[in-house]
Design a binder for this molecule. Structure first.
Ligand code: BGC
Length: 362
């Protein structure tokens, strides 16, 4: 009886130890520990159990719709692995509620830092507030989260500059005539900044009566098919008499160029872009898209992981600016965007290793 009680006590103790170990580890470990022998169990548990000081970073992305977001994710995964930190990734498929649930779930998992690229700038404030209550710092990634004074850092490119580069380029090519102006998703603060930058070049020409705006419309969710419809309707409205198009990114430029092609106008109407997507690079060398903006997501992704690790270690982060989010001036790290057209595409996109020559010139 005594022996039985003692064995039972040891068994219970062991069960407790392994239950605790399994709970603090991931799903894989849980299933494995239930099927392995006691000895292997001990080893597995030792290996899988996160060390007390292991840094865990949460990453919440809005979408993989554009190629750039695929690259951002890949870069951050590689950088985290290289630095020996754990990265938990969630992608929200352009869905505000999904991102809210995913990000709050990451917070509940006890991450040390959250990197958050919001689907909706204002709605994401509630995620920042939830993180802040748990003492988890948040880095607003690429897109600014607005309307909260709890945001710690903003890491992006100089987005007003992006718009200025687009506006300067297109007005340099076409300084009078009929324009179609598209802007990005109204839920994305970047869309506002890009347009603000572009309009510093367009507005004076509009005021002088040189540029006539046929249509000025935002593209919901940045969807190429929405851009295609906007351009189809605008072409109909203007009887195809259009001299230039301001497209906020390569995805929307792609949709617009499809609409132009249906009218035999592709390659005849200068059009902007942004993101240095492969398809856009191909269109630039073919002559159907005038330019794109190169924002090196390799640098942005690597920097995000660096900052996250510094924050997790309680270290200071060097910033190079501050951007207002309608609530506070958020300490910011802003990288430089570059114009790419057929004259410098080899140097900026191919020689830098961002795209492969054989893919661009196919
Ligand atoms: C990004 C762009 C991107 C767009 C659509 C913006 O916030 O800065 O690079 O094309 O979102 O995803």
């Amino acid at each position: 009886m005594k022996f039985l009680r003692k064995s039972l006590a040891i068994f219970l103790l062991l069960t407790m130890v392994f239950t605790i170990a399994a709970c603090s580890s991931d799903e894989e470990t849980k299933t494995e520990t239930t099927t392995k022998t006691e000895d292997t169990k001990k080893e597995e548990t030792k290996k899988e159990e996160p060390a007390d000081d292991e840094i865990v970073i949460g990453l919440s992305l809005p979408t993989q719709q554009e190629e750039r977001w695929v690259r951002d994710k890949e870069k951050m995964e590689a950088a985290a692995e290289e630095a020996g930190v754990k990265l938990l990734v969630q992608v929200a498929n352009n869905d505000v509620a999904q991102q809210d649930a995913q990000a709050k779930n990451l917070i509940a998992q006890g991450i040390d830092v959250l990197i958050l690229a919001p689907q909706d700038a204002a709605a994401a404030a509630s995620i920042v507030e939830a993180a802040s209550e748990e003492g988890i710092p948040v880095i607003s990634y690429d897109r600014l989260i607005t309307n909260t004074d709890k945001l710690d850092y903003y890491l992006s490119f100089d987005n007003v500059r992006v718009g200025e580069l687009q506006g300067a380029y297109i007005t340099d090519l076409v300084s009078e005539g009929n324009y179609i102006i598209m802007s990005g998703a109204p839920t994305d603060n970047n869309a506002k900044l890009f347009k603000e930058g572009a309009m510093t070049y367009l507005q004076p020409l509009i005021d002088e009566g040189k540029v006539n705006v046929i249509v000025d419309q935002p593209v919901d969710d940045w969807k190429p098919e929405n851009a295609l419809k906007i351009i189809e309707n605008a072409l109909t409205k203007a009887n195809n008499d259009v001299q230039a198009i301001l497209a906020p990114n390569d995805g929307t430029a792609g949709g617009a160029i499809q609409a132009l092609a249906a009218q035999g106008l592709d390659g005849q109407v200068p059009i902007t872009g942004q993101d240095a997507e492969l398809a856009a690079a191909q269109r630039i060398v073919e002559g159907t898209q005038s330019m794109t903006i190169f924002k090196d997501t390799r640098m942005l992704g690597a920097e995000a992981i660096n900052i996250a690790i510094a924050l997790a270690n309680g270290e200071e982060v060097k910033t190079n600016g501050a951007v207002s989010n309608n609530s506070v001036d958020v300490p910011s790290v802003l990288l430089t965007p570059y114009v790419v057209d057929k004259d410098n595409i080899d140097e900026l996109l191919i020689e830098s290793g961002y795209l492969k020559k054989e893919d661009v010139y196919k």
